[in-house]
Design a protein around this ligand. Sequence first.
Ligand code: ACM
Length: 260
Amino acid sequence: MKIGFVQFNPIFGEKNSNCDTVKNLLHGVSADVIVLPELFNTGYTFLNKAEVAMLAETKNGKTADFMLSLAQEKKCCFAYGFAEKNKNFFYDSMALMSPDGLIGVYRKSHLFFEEKKFFQPGNTGFHVYTYKNVKLGMLICFDWIYPEATRTLALKGAQIILHPANLVTPYCPDAMITRAIENRIYIVTADRIGKEKRDKKELSFIGKSQVVSPKGEILIRAETEECVKIVDIDPDLALNKKFNQYNNLFDDRREDLYFK
Ligand code: ACM
């Protein structure tokens, strides 16, 4: 299975142009599953809730239409972050869009910093979806710092975790190596790059999008360049939780001792 990511610098509020950038970057690329960054279409640095309201969409909105047509054109499943409007609430969400339509939506559970001013904490929980016989889980950016989130998806059978991000601290790319090793899964982190300056706020994003294997190998990692990177993997490797002949990482869990 060929999996990978698009890393680029979304321009705040320019949804059409951000979608065009993704489409252009994917020219000539073929893969089974591709991850785009968190909030790839809107940008990240909202100044107020009115901006969120103006840019957010339902899970069936115009960005979903664009992603469906891209999924059909590329014969590829896309995981992408977007600002979701649902009734009167806004979520930092991601969708999994296959050529046959929307597979699932995940709403970020652990909001970071000022996201708490603009979004509701996610209420979807952690679910696993099957595409081409492979079990896929979804996490968004700061969810990485809660090992329980990754573990829950792994225990539910996720072989690959799709992880759109807008990283502003340096820790995640290396931390995800541990998340992958301790759960014996693949993790695809698709980060953004660039600086976003809005009013008095300025954020720099670290890039370093990557695909990590169940053994913690960095199969591909970007630096801070605009790029698409794809790698061929064997998803079945994530089904084997044996660490050595004595240790099966999941069978050896001491549920009788945790959280007591
Ligand atoms: C983050 O969760 N966007 C850092």
